[in-house]
Design a protein around this ligand. Structure first.
Ligand code: KG4
Ligand code: ZN
Length: 337
């Protein structure tokens, strides 16, 4: 049981804020389906996300993805009782595709619809695999656009304890991977390359290390990787460089999160967002939390990266407490929680 009520009946979740088109069916806490169609192959040739191309790809993929999500859940559309859609923040063109579809479904079915904040989806995602989590707890949210340490006091009651002053952790992975010639998206590429590398091979900066802050800084790391590549040239041991980058990022993320737990007097830490899928980050967090007497919880990797199940969960919680969006729901590019 979650420490907040959930909507009664199946909720269809829709996520199109960035480069994944996703639809999921959630019934209570049961993820009946969670289909993700990734655009990485499309954006790889540019080395990053092209907004216009992303919107078009969502238009193409969304209804087939919804169809597949219903099929995998063993349901027909008319059995859906509520609609949850990411409405903020994100690429406006990309968000519009999901929001428009959600309105169409809600109108046709005569069921309530709710616009969800993408980051609330990430923050609540650990509940999908750990229903006995309680409030308050600390969540490290690390994705392509965000790196934040958040105190969750209750549903909708979130306090920001620390954040990045420049690049997000996922951006640090992506930019470092590009400099190392490892391709896009960088996080999984670095994790793969690091498997055969030596994490102590290269000394890389751990932004704001030793400072009394819960903030992060990753821009120095990016510069250091650039210098390393220039200095070593063909002699660069790429797997070891990747392992060293991964170690630097994982180390600072875990150190700040555990420090946040200590300061807030919380003995529960969760990890969410695409970077939380990183195996080294997860093992380091597991070890450190074990040593510090902190319970550690992170959902399986497919619920860390962008997905509609987490959007359905946040929507279900909001619908259950009576929140509801009107047909004037608008996509919003940037929005704080
Ligand atoms: O949460 P997410 O899927 O999308 C955003 O909302 O940003 O996060 C994407 C980010 C990318 O920067 C990607 O490189 C990173 O998460 N990422 C990883 C891994 N899988 C995805 N970073 C490190 N290790 C991974 N295994
Ligand atoms: Zn995300």
């Amino acid at each position: 049981m979650t420490p907040f009520p959930l909507f009664d009946g199946p909720v269809l979740g829709i996520e199109t804020s960035c480069d994944e088109t996703s639809a999921a069916v959630l019934d209570g806490l049961n993820v009946r389906s969670n289909v993700v169609s990734s655009q990485v192959d499309l954006h790889r040739r540019w080395g990053g996300i092209v907004p216009e191309a992303a919107s078009r790809a969502h238009v193409e993929a969304l209804l087939p993805v919804v169809h597949q999500a219903l099929g995998e859940a063993g349901m027909v559309l008319s059995e859906v009782r509520g609609i949850a859609v990411t409405s903020r923040p994100g690429l406006v063109g990309a968000l519009s595709v999901g929001v428009s579809a959600a309105k169409g479904f809600a109108l046709a079915l005569g069921v309530p619809m709710i616009g969800v904040h993408h980051l609330e989806g990430h923050l609540l995602s650990p509940f999908l695999d750990q229903p006995d989590l309680t409030f308050p707890h600390i969540c490290l949210l690390a994705s392509g656009g965000h790196t934040e340490v958040v105190l969750l006091r209750g549903l909708g009651d979130y306090g920001l304890l620390g954040q990045t002053r420049d690049d997000a952790a996922g951006e640090a992975f992506d930019k470092s991977a590009r400099l190392l010639g490892l391709g896009y998206p960088g996080g999984p590429a670095i994790q793969k390359a690091a498997e055969t590398g030596e994490p102590k091979a290269y000394k890389l900066p751990r932004g704001l290390h030793g400072e009394a802050t819960l903030d992060f800084s990753f821009s120095g790391l990016k510069t250091a990787v650039l210098r390393l590549v220039e200095r070593e040239g063909a002699a660069l041991d790429v797997p070891s460089a990747a392992a060293s980058v991964q170690e630097a990022i994982a180390h600072v993320l875990v150190q700040r999160s555990v420090e946040a737990c200590r300061q807030a007097g919380c003995d529960v830490l969760t990890l969410a967002g695409g970077v939380a899928a990183n195996m080294r980050l997860r093992s380091l967090a597991t070890e450190t939390c074990h040593r510090e007497g902190i319970r550690f919880a992170s959902p399986r990797g497919s619920l860390c990266t962008d997905n509609a199940a987490m959007i359905a969960l946040a929507g279900s919680a909001r619908l259950a407490r009576g929140d509801k969006s009107g047909f004037d729901l608008e996509p919003i590019a940037s929005a704080t929680l």
